[in-house]
Design a protein around this ligand. Structure first.
Ligand code: ZN
Length: 318
């Protein structure tokens, strides 16, 4: 009960006027070797872009606090988490992550997770809230994979349920890669419905089973992509009747993405986001958005596609 009160006070003291709250922290842009294939700089350029073009101002951004270990342990196994924070992961476990291990990287991951948790509380208050990072859906309960160490939306989902804020959660994962970690974490959990729309031939090559999976074929274009998601998403939401949605808005579905195998245009990707956010708003279901992947060789395309999600949130909700 004490925790519950603190959360409520926190929600109400953040801001009484409805506003798009975006989690961001200087730790998000983690320095990597110059030729590293992960476009870390996007975590700095996107907030800059949103401010320069006047989509957002400084008041839209908040710095997440510190996450408590017991919140992470609602989702991740203690053996794994202790090995991680004590930097005792085995070499092959670190190799699977794809980032060099350091204390600063662990701090970064914890900050991002807390960002998503605080966003979820903001979403309950204002309808939507977004993290300029996160969507770490390849993190399993007991292992890390593919740039994902702690599963931010899974942790926040378990937090909402544990604290009694939510009873039925739907995770809508539209990143081009299957949300294998998320599927594993909630495999036995009837209160969380996991969905993943991804490239069938994209990583991970051995897919987990989500509550709903759909694999698009290589080269899927706007028309086919949008037709499918516009048919399935309302059906899935109406059947499960969630009281909260976590949306993973990866933009690695766009045509020139280095890792994705689909061929959706930036415009089509924007239409996808518009459809999802409109559906959540119209049905009054709070939604938290984490950014997920985007690996176009053109940095401007990554920034543009992700920025569209934030622009739409402002346009649709505020
Ligand atoms: Zn991805």
């Amino acid at each position: 009960m004490a925790y519950f009160m603190i959360d409520i006070i926190k929600i109400y003291s953040i801001n009484l006027r409805p506003v798009l709250k975006i989690a961001h922290h200087s730790l998000y842009n983690h320095s990597l070797k110059e030729n590293h294939r992960f476009p870390m700089i996007k975590y700095e350029l996107i907030p800059e872009q949103l401010i320069i073009e006047n989509t957002c101002n400084e008041n839209n951004f908040f710095s997440p606090g510190d996450i408590e270990d017991n919140v992470i342990l609602l989702t991740h196994e203690s053996n794994y988490y202790n090995s991680l924070i004590n930097q005792k992961l085995e070499r092959k476990e670190i190799r699977a992550i794809g980032f060099p291990m350091s204390q600063k990287l662990i701090q970064r991951e914890k900050k991002i997770v807390q960002g998503t948790v605080e966003c979820a509380l903001n979403s309950i208050r204002f309808g939507i809230s977004m993290n300029i990072a996160g969507g770490t859906h390849h993190a399993f309960s007991n292992r890390a994979e593919a740039f994902c160490i702690l599963n931010d939306q899974a942790i926040a989902a378990n937090f909402l349920i544990k604290k009694g804020y939510s009873k039925r959660i739907l995770i809508l994962d539209l990143d081009v890669h299957q949300g294998n970690g998320t599927a594993e974490i909630f495999r036995e959990n009837k209160n969380v419905f996991t969905t993943s729309f991804h490239g069938e031939k994209n990583y991970p090559f051995r897919k987990e089973t989500s509550d709903f999976d759909y694999g698009f074929s290589d080269g899927t274009s706007d028309r086919e992509y949008l037709k499918k998601i516009k048919y399935d998403i309302p059906r899935l939401i109406d059947n499960f009747e969630p009281d909260f949605i976590f949306y993973l808005s990866g933009v690695d579905i766009i045509e020139n993405d280095k890792l994705g195998r689909l061929a959706v245009s930036i415009k089509g990707c924007k239409e996808r986001d518009r459809f999802v956010l409109n559906y959540c708003k119209t049905n009054k279901i709070p939604v938290q958005v984490s950014m997920g992947g985007g690996y176009s060789p053109l940095l401007k395309d990554i920034i543009e596609a992700h920025s569209n999600t934030f622009r739409l949130a402002q346009e649709i909700y505020f």
